[in-house]
Design a protein around this ligand. Structure first.
Ligand code: NAI
Ligand code: OAA
Length: 331
């Protein structure tokens, strides 16, 4: 696990810094494949373990031809998941069913809750110290499920479990960049709360550079960011939800986890984690990432009056979503 190996070569002390083993659970899917491709190019990754219940040999044969020295190993089906997760440093989970038009993220609960529960049980047994990033929807509920499962097995560390809400940040940067005619890469904005509808709170008042727009423009932009997932679901017309932008966002988040593990300073991301910042016991705020996952929770950014109202509406929703996960895991 990211340990520095020290060897002696004549009189010269050479430090070999070992990089990290990353597992993708759901690697054959719409998100899993492009995410795995991005990870195959990431210099902080030494070994990529691809796990899915289907189609792994083809994905592995294909990806293994990409000319980087990262080792790619495939694992398929419940008989191989233990080997896939043995001693990995980071587990990214895009396993599960995506939405179709007309569905809410919560409608995925019935199918995806069991998937997250089953994978988490193996994480608890095989890599309890790994950083775990959950993409599977409904994120607001799946993360508390994973927490409860790990608690049951006595290995839960709230600093190491994350719900991936990075796509909300990526979208906010893009839409603000378009609206204000600036490069999205220059836009820094926190998006807090959860990852569904009104629980997504883009903190436009803290955008840097400042978001240029009156109250009507602020409300329109807020709604666009909150509904961006549904925009993609509708456009895909039954063929799933965001995959390419999500893979990009998941790679950004995973890369930040790896940079933190490597000891880089000032690595910051918003993520949906266990939290005492609000009344909701899971909540996304800006976090500092480090060698053990979360180094510090930066808490709520300064909020405008409008954003305070958004927060007031979001908290009961998130609490309900969290409770649903806890109840499911306790059954
Ligand atoms: N957090 C976020 O911002 C976002 C989350 N999502 C969510 O990500 C999930 C995956 O989406 P897509 O990749 O588009 O779906 P997909 O259907 O294309 O791929 C899902 C993959 O998971 C695999 N899978 C199913 N059950 C499994 C299990 N028990 N173990 C391992 N693999 C399993 C499937 O075989 C499939 O290859 C969905 O729940 C979707 O709602 C999607 C976009 C954004
Ligand atoms: O909308 C969905 O179902 C997928 C998702 O979470 C997103 O794109 O933000």
């Amino acid at each position: 696990m990211g340990i520095n190996t020290v060897t002696y070569n004549e009189n010269i002390l050479i430090y070999f810094e070992k990089n990290f083993r990353v597992a993708v659970c759901g690697a054959s899917g719409g998100i899993g494949q492009p995410l795995s491709l991005l990870l195959k190019k990431n210099p902080l990754v030494s070994e990529l373990r691809l796990y899915d219940i289907a189609n792994i040999p083809g994905v592995v044969a294909d990806l293994a031809h990409v000319d980087t020295k990262i080792r790619v190993c495939g694992f398929m089906g419940p008989d191989q998941i233990c080997d896939a997760l043995e001693c990995v440093d980071v587990v990214v989970i895009p396993a599960g069913t995506p939405r179709k038009p007309g569905m809410s993220r919560d409608d995925l609960f019935k199918v995806n809750a069991c998937t997250v529960k089953d994978i988490t049980k193996v994480i608890a047994a095989k890599c309890p110290k790994a950083l775990v990033a959950i993409i599977t929807n409904p994120v607001n509920t799946c993360v508390p499920i994973a927490a409860e499962i790990m608690k049951k097995d006595g290995v839960y560390d709230p600093k190491r479990l994350f719900g991936v809400s990075t796509l909300d940040i990526v979208r906010a940067r893009t839409f603000i960049g378009e609206a204000n005619d600036v490069d999205p890469k220059e836009v820094d904005i926190p998006v807090i709360g959860g990852h569904s509808g009104i629980t997504i709170i883009p903190v436009l008042s803290q955008s840097n550079p400042a978001f240029k727009g009156d109250q009507a423009a602020i409300e329109k932009m807020t709604k666009r960011i909150q509904e961006a997932g549904t925009e993609v679901v509708k456009a895909k017309a039954g063929a799933g939800s965001a995959t390419l932008s999500m893979a990009y966002a998941a790679h950004r988040f995973t890369n930040s986890l790896l940079k933190g593990l490597k000891g880089e300073k000032n690595v910051m991301e918003c993520s949906y984690v266990e939290s005492n910042v609000t009344e909701a016991s899971f909540f996304s705020t800006p976090l500092v990432l480090g060698k053990n996952g979360i180094d510090a929770n930066c808490g709520l950014p300064k909020l405008s009056e409008y954003e305070c109202k958004l927060l007031e509406k979001a908290i009961p929703e998130i609490k309900k979503d969290v409770q649903k996960g806890i109840d499911f895991a306790k059954k």
